[in-house]
Design a protein around this ligand. Structure first.
Ligand code: ZN
Length: 312
């Protein structure tokens, strides 16, 4: 066992290990931890940057365990966790971070688009939920506080849902699709939605159930492989296009990410690559998006089309 002298007080807040630029102050603690732990820390955004109060633990462990164990896609689990932590960038949150000039809902024009409005109270969301909820539970469904609402739906499908089979999967898929559809409406209003939130969510239920049954049969591929033709298309003249990718090495989880900027003629503008740390391929993809947008900002590009090959 290697013993090292501890130079930090036991109750040092995380903020004390972040420098004035919002980056980890590695010199303050890298000599105290093994390399693989440092690689895990490297993929975590320092608290200073995110403006999150420093507190021990990760809050309600039970809800996290419930989300983690739920039978749904990884992206949906991540989104449910963000919902429980109130970390979804609705217009109310975007205004608070000075990245929007209104709190209005882009779907219905309501004065404040917060999480509760986005996922339940917006007429667009109510229209999705109401046919799926027991008539005498509708009032309770729309009024229960959000973390408890998520907990009950994942834990006890018979409580709210008309059809209880696979409700845990469908519930998460609907939340995720409400957010996805909202983003398309806000950021790409010309894109016509051919599929409803309900049918899109039902399709996810089918994919997850099929994957689970294939997995239980021992088949190697759990997700249906679809043939895709990939053709790179340039962005509109007023935008640059950023193609990003993130990957991790299966043997030890070491991950990196990178991206390329091209203008509307397809000409090279800039590129970047970065060692991320130790994480999943999905987390590496997120880092690629983050680093790419930071680069775009520094280069003076304000209209950026980000493209990834990630299907998660
Ligand atoms: Zn609305």
């Amino acid at each position: 066992m290697l013993l090292v002298p501890i130079s930090l007080p036991i109750f040092t807040p995380v903020n004390a290990t972040v420098d004035s630029n919002g980056n980890w102050d590695w010199a303050a603690f890298q000599h105290l931890l093994p390399r693989d732990v440092l690689a895990h820390i490297a993929i975590i955004m320092p608290t200073y940057l995110l403006d999150i109060p420093d507190k021990p633990g990760c809050g309600d462990d039970n809800i996290w365990k419930l989300i983690h164990k739920s039978r749904t896609l990884l992206r949906t689990k991540s989104f449910l966790w963000l919902v429980c932590k109130n970390r979804v960038l609705t217009n109310a949150e975007r205004l608070r971070h000075h990245i929007a000039n209104t709190t209005e809902c882009a779907c219905c024009g309501a004065r404040v688009e917060d999480l509760d409005h986005l996922l339940r109270q917006c007429p667009f969301a109510r229209e999705v939920w109401e046919p799926l909820i027991r008539l005498y539970k509708v009032g309770e469904f729309f009024e229960t506080p959000t973390p408890v609402w998520i907990k009950w739906n994942l834990q006890n499908p018979s409580y709210f849902a008309n059809v209880q089979a696979d409700w845990d999967i469908k519930f998460g898929a609907i939340l995720w699709n409400l957010w996805r559809f909202r983003n398309r409406r806000v950021f790409d209003p010309d894109d016509v939605q051919l599929e409803s939130v309900e049918s899109c969510s039902q399709r996810i239920v089918g994919v997850v159930c099929r994957a689970a049954s294939q997995s239980s049969l021992g088949e190697s591929s759990v997700i249906e492989q679809r043939a895709r033709s990939i053709v790179w298309k340039p962005s509109a003249p007023d935008k640059v296009k950023l193609n990003i990718d993130g990957a991790c090495r299966l043997s030890d989880g070491v991950a990196s990410c990178g991206g390329v900027f091209r203008d509307s003629n397809g000409a090279w503008v800039a590129g970047f690559s970065k060692y991320v740390g130790r994480c999943s391929a999905l987390e590496a993809e997120f880092w690629a998006v983050f680093e790419g947008l930071q680069c775009a900002w520094q280069l003076g590009h304000r209209r950026v089309l980000v493209e990834s090959d990630c299907w998660a």
